[in-house]
Design a protein around this ligand. Structure first.
Ligand SMILES: CSC[C@@H](O)[C@@H](O)C(=O)COP(=O)(O)O
Ligand SMILES: [Zn+2]
Length: 206
């Protein structure tokens, strides 16, 4: 059974990060989805179609990692499988965040299979990176309305590169994760900063 106190706490964290990311312009309209682990087999996730700038407790529901709905009457994010796949494969993952910023959308359309980020100090905000002298190849997957098929493709990439800290979907947005909501939020902030630097650099050096 879902512990109601844990659910309440995780829901408050997701509402907070939703408001924060919306205020930064990373979640326009009703885009993006947010989730947090409740326990070994259950998560809290945003209800589909909710505006993340106006998110409240009614916009957060519980599910198990196999996809069973635990909050009656709620429809989970259309991209739920991209979250569940991560929770199933790695028990250390405590939160998954997906944003739709302008920079993630534009750069993902310009890159082929990956967007290379290198020689930025802020790379060190990402797990396992200890120097700016790092080349991070952030994978870019083709957008796909078949989310199960896309999740399988992402999973194959994670098998090849288990330490991947995130990925882009072309013309769509960014996915990243962390050990808890605060950790995943730091990664979103780092990625969004890096993507903005890339956009500016490319537009100033053409
Ligand atoms: C409103 S456009 C964005 C959606 O199509 C989708 O990509 C998205 O991120 C939000 O879907 P949702 O079902 O609300 O979680
Ligand atoms: Zn999306």
């Amino acid at each position: 059974m879902v512990d109601p106190e844990v659910f309440k706490q995780r829901a408050a964290e997701l509402i907070g990060v939703g408001h924060f990311c919306f205020s930064r312009g990373w979640l326009p309209a009703t885009s993006g989805n947010l989730s947090a682990r409740l326990d070994a087999s259950r998560i809290a996730i945003t209800v589909s179609g909710r505006h993340k700038g106006e998110l409240d407790a009614s916009g957060i529901m519980a599910m198990d990692v196999e996809g069973r709905i635990l909050t009656a009457g709620c429809r989970p994010s259309a991209e739920t499988e991209l979250h569940l796949m991560l929770y199933r494969r790695d028990p250390a993952i405590g939160a998954v965040l997906h944003t739709h910023s302008v920079n993630a959308t534009v750069l993902s359309r310009l890159a082929d299979d990956a967007l290379t980020l290198s020689d930025y100090e802020v790379l060190k905000a990402l797990p396992g990176i200890e120097t700016h002298e790092t080349r991070l190849a952030l994978p870019v997957f083709a957008n796909d309305q078949d989310i199960g098929r896309l999740a399988l493709e992402v999973e194959r990439a994670l098998e090849r590169t288990p330490n991947l800290p995130g990925y882009l979907i072309a013309g769509h947005g960014l996915y990243t994760w962390g050990s808890n909501v605060a950790d995943a939020r730091r990664r979103i902030e780092a990625f969004e900063f890096l993507l903005e630097c890339e956009t500016l650099t490319r537009s100033m050096t053409r």
